[in-house]
Design a protein around this ligand. Structure first.
Ligand SMILES: [Fe+2]
Length: 254
């Protein structure tokens, strides 16, 4: 028995969906309560749904009773401040686990590669049930920032760079695809990240949003990209030497 997965993610591990047309009022994510939570880079998170309705970001398996990353509990004090964001996450009709807004400070391409990681999405998830994937709904308009996806973190030829203008929507099997965001900008980037359980509801919503893996790749200057690659891999190697293992091979709980 294996988890039920979405056929549309089988090939590349991600799809880009139609951009969301009606942009969300920034006051929704600005009003939320954020908690410091280390993810890839300098980040904070504002949870909208958590394991048991508290304003925290822990993996659901850390609680008593532990549970997989689904059946998240909506946090009233947060959803009241961000009704559109809450509605957007629930519009798909899929089972939702963690749902939160991430705030990411500007970084470099090398930083993004250094921070690239896999998510821990399916711990305790029964095999006969749906696979948990992540949906990224870009809130701020950052057309020069990119979601950096790699099938193999050490192989730049497996990289896809997806631009992040306001409204961009992507669905990523983030336990399979190495990922991080290269955020170029003056201020922080905000994005709604939702753990969705694969199933008929999610499949229907994805199909209605014209999933594609045909992404226009922004080309990087060859020398600068090679220098960033070297820097990132050297930093990754140094971190591995320091810890005695590569901490990014331990799937991220963020
Ligand atoms: Fe992640």
């Amino acid at each position: 028995m294996t988890h039920q997965k979405l056929d549309v993610l089988a090939d590349k591990g991600f799809v880009v969906l139609d951009s969301y047309g009606d942009l969300v009022d920034p006051r929704e994510w600005q009003a939320l309560e954020y908690v410091d939570w280390k993810s890839s880079g300098d980040t904070r998170f504002a949870p909208l749904a958590s394991a048991y309705g508290e304003i925290e970001c822990n993996g659901f398996w850390h609680f008593d009773p532990p549970k997989p990353d689904k059946d998240g509990v909506w946090i009233d004090s947060q959803t009241q401040k961000a009704p559109t964001l809450s509605w957007r996450a629930q519009e798909a009709g899929a089972n939702i686990g963690r749902c939160r807004v991430i705030e990411l400070q500007p970084n470099s391409y090398a930083d993004a590669l250094y921070n690239s990681h896999l998510d821990d999405n399916n711990r305790l998830n029964p095999e006969e049930e749906g696979w948990i994937v992540r949906c990224f709904m870009q809130l701020t308009d950052n057309p020069n920032s990119y979601m950096i996806l790699r099938e193999d973190v050490k192989d730049p030829s497996t990289e896809t760079r997806i631009a992040l203008p306001a409204g961009a929507q992507l669905l990523v099997d983030s336990e399979r695809m190495w990922h991080s965001v290269w955020h170029q900008g003056d201020g922080p980037r905000y994005c709604l990240i939702t753990s969705f359980e694969t199933g008929p509801e999610l499949e229907k919503w994805v199909e209605a949003n014209n999933p594609t893996t045909e992404v226009v790749q922004v080309e990087l200057a060859v020398e600068a990209a090679a220098a960033a690659e070297d820097e990132a891999q050297n930093r990754r190697d140094a971190r591995t030497a320091f810890y005695g293992y590569d901490p990014t091979t331990v799937r991220s709980e963020a």
